[in-house]
Write a protein that binds this ligand. Structure first.
Ligand SMILES: NC(=O)c1ccc[n+]([C@@H]2O[C@H](COP(=O)([O-])OP(=O)(O)OC[C@H]3O[C@@H](n4cnc5c(N)ncnc54)[C@H](OP(=O)(O)O)[C@@H]3O)[C@@H](O)[C@H]2O)c1
Length: 277
């Protein structure tokens, strides 16, 4: 019999792609405003008969998390602890999504799963707590950290660039933050492989190779034939409440060994994504 899958955060950027991938199957999907993951009763009822829970729900506003840490912690950590405890009791397999923001970005090479996290902002701290509380309370789970994700249904670096390009002749983009832009459609495919095989543990997933945000912007604008000039600048030229890691690169060999095909270099999926918009 097919696994009964419950998706939390189904209307978000990644959740939408996971839901689309399961369009032909009967999955139960939950999100705000009807469903609040931090309401223990609602959470318990939502996952009651599940075989697999995919948790894409999160407080993802990195800037607001600085001033609304209590709420970020409630959603990204406390609710995940509750999820872990309920799932442990019912032996439900959980896939939980986390982030490169658990690291400080000071490493000079890609981050591995064995590297010690050290978040430099409130969002990263709340997400790290969520990972720890999940894994402390439940063994039958996987935590997949993703980074620099983009997709059609969400506010992300690529969508922001495109929207700014409509209002400006030139755009400053930082050239001192490095990562691998990762399409949520590709991440959703990986999540489905995990749901089917119930792999356990902590994994890093990102597109292959890496670039600075400036290089990514140049690539996207060239492909879209946008005339807006892209000017390189440094992170400290932008005022923001939350610090961002300079290095978001992931070493993905551990997850690659479980996948059915090689992870593509970031330009290929990004090109396909840009063709869809
Ligand atoms: N975007 C990135 O670059 C990035 C990078 C690394 C990791 N991640 C991780 O990827 C996962 C998916 O994020 P995403 O990019 O899809 O972000 P997203 O678009 O903000 O999706 C998160 C979803 O969770 C919902 N949510 C927030 N609070 C909730 C609550 N109390 N109860 C139920 N649902 C709630 C949000 O609803 P509202 O929109 O109504 O708040 C939204 O639909 C998260 O774990 C995130 O930390 C994202």
């Amino acid at each position: 019999m097919a696994n009964k899958i419950v998706l939390l955060g189904a209307k978000g950027m990644l959740g939408t792609e996971v839901r689309a991938l399961y369009a032909d199957q009967n999955i139960s999907a939950f999100d705000l405003p009807e469903f609040d993951i931090s309401d223990e009763k609602q959470l318990s009822a939502a996952i009651d008969n599940a075989d697999v829970v995919i948790n894409c729900a999160a407080f993802t506003d990195v800037e607001k998390a600085e001033s609304q840490y209590e709420l970020a912690y409630k959603v990204n950590a406390e609710a995940v602890e509750n999820l872990a405890k309920i799932a442990a009791e019912k032996n439900i397999y959980v896939i939980h999504i986390s982030t490169d923001f658990v690291f400080d970005g000071k490493k000079n090479s890609p981050y591995e799963e064995t590297d010690v996290p050290k978040p430099i902002n409130a969002y990263g701290r709340s997400k790290l707590e969520g990972e720890i509380l999940l894994m402390e309370n439940h063994q039958n789970c996987a935590v997949i950290r993703v980074q620099w994700t983009y997709g059609k249904n969400g506010n992300n670096f690529i969508s922001k660039l495109i929207s700014f390009s409509k209002q400006r002749d030139s755009l400053k983009v930082v050239d001192d933050q490095f990562g691998s832009p990762t399409w949520t459609q590709e991440a959703a495919r990986v999540i489905r492989i995990f749901a089917e095989n119930k792999y356990r543990g902590l994994y890093h997933y990102a597109a292959s190779d890496y670039a600075s945000r400036y290089e990514v912007a140049k690539f996207a604008f060239e492909k879209l034939k946008l005339k807006t000039e892209i000017i390189p600048c440094k992170s400290d030229e932008f005022k923001s409440a939350a610090a961002r890691p300079a290095n978001s690169r992931f070493y993905c060999d551990k997850i690659q060994s479980l996948l059915d095909k090689p992870i593509e270099i970031w330009q290929k999926p990004l090109e396909r994504f840009l063709e869809t918009i």
